[in-house]
Ligand binder design. Structure first.
Ligand code: BEZ
Ligand code: FE
Length: 278
């Protein structure tokens, strides 16, 4: 007897169609996806109208995507999926610097700058010295580590969001450590800002009674030959959104000190990198 589709056997009906040549990994991923998707639909007893709404929502999410905008990643970020995938793929022992979400505003090829140089080109905001060391898990300084850093400006926008109003490469730079593993640069104390929320994801947040804000943070990608890359931020601990980041990026170990010293702020943070092969 052919296996026709039925409500009771819906998962088997679909998964039984997979060809014998399908790779074990694709077979496992797709079989699990179908099983969870069907379980979800049965759990909530999805109505026809809700199904239509979901199709429309996903269509609008795709339609707003462009070279500059990736609404599906934003959807993944706001549903905690990006952080979960990152957590599963970057488990590290305590003491090693943790990853967090990359976000859409990294731009490759930022200017390489000398230690101590300023990345703030628009003269706005409260000045802040960012400094610390890049270390291995034994506490030894790493020479030749690259820190690619970026933040929003005092108005809460990245340079790429305001190409007319901000100088190119505002609040961005790449710094390479010497033998002491130390880094330092001048920036501004970052401010909290909303993720892009004029599209379907923004509407979803409103419908769910959620705000679109991220707590203030400085982005870092830290690379060094022979070490695992760290994609992370340091966060301003007293930010009003620290406990409700729209994309769930905050981790205890990434909350950095920000101390006022005269007219300037200082934020000291050491990065600890894991070897590529233990
Ligand atoms: C960001 O921190 O730049 C960011 C991260 C996720 C979504 C939107 C923005
Ligand atoms: Fe950011």
């Amino acid at each position: 007897m052919p296996q026709y589709f039925s409500e009771a056997d819906s998962v088997d009906a679909v998964n039984a169609r997979m060809g014998a040549e399908v790779s074990p990994r694709l077979r496992r991923v797709m079989a699990s996806l179908v099983s969870h998707l069907h379980a979800f639909i049965k759990d909530v007893q999805l109505t026809q109208e809700e199904w239509e709404f979901a199709i429309e929502f996903l269509t609008r999410t795709g339609q707003i995507c462009s070279e500059e905008r990736q609404e599906f990643i934003l959807l993944s970020d706001t549903l905690g999926v990006s952080m979960l995938v990152d957590a599963i793929n970057n488990r590290r022992p305590s003491g090693a610097t943790e990853n967090t979400v990359l976000g859409p505003f990294h731009v490759a090829g930022a200017p390489r700058r000398a230690m101590g140089e300023s990345i703030s080109l628009d003269g706005k905001g409260e000045g802040c010295l960012f400094e610390g060391r890049v270390l291995d898990t034994q506490g030894r300084p790493i020479q030749g580590a690259c820190l690619d850093v970026w933040s929003d400006n005092a108005d809460g926008f990245y340079d790429v969001q305001q190409p007319e109003a901000q100088p190119r490469w505002n609040n961005r730079g790449v710094f390479e450590t010497g033998a002491d593993g130390r880094y330092s640069f001048l920036g501004i104390k970052p401010v909290s800002y909303p993720i892009p929320h004029d599209g379907p994801v923004g509407k979803m947040l409103v419908a769910l009674g959620r705000h679109p804000y991220r707590p203030a943070h400085m982005h870092f990608i830290v690379t060094a030959p022979g070490f695992q890359t760290v994609v992370t931020h340091t966060f301003v601990g007293d930010d009003p959104y620290i406990a409700s980041d729209a994309v769930f990026g905050v981790k205890d170990s990434l909350v950095a000190p920000f101390q006022k010293e005269g007219p300037m702020w200082r934020s000291s943070f050491d990065f600890v990198l894991m070897p590529l092969s233990p």
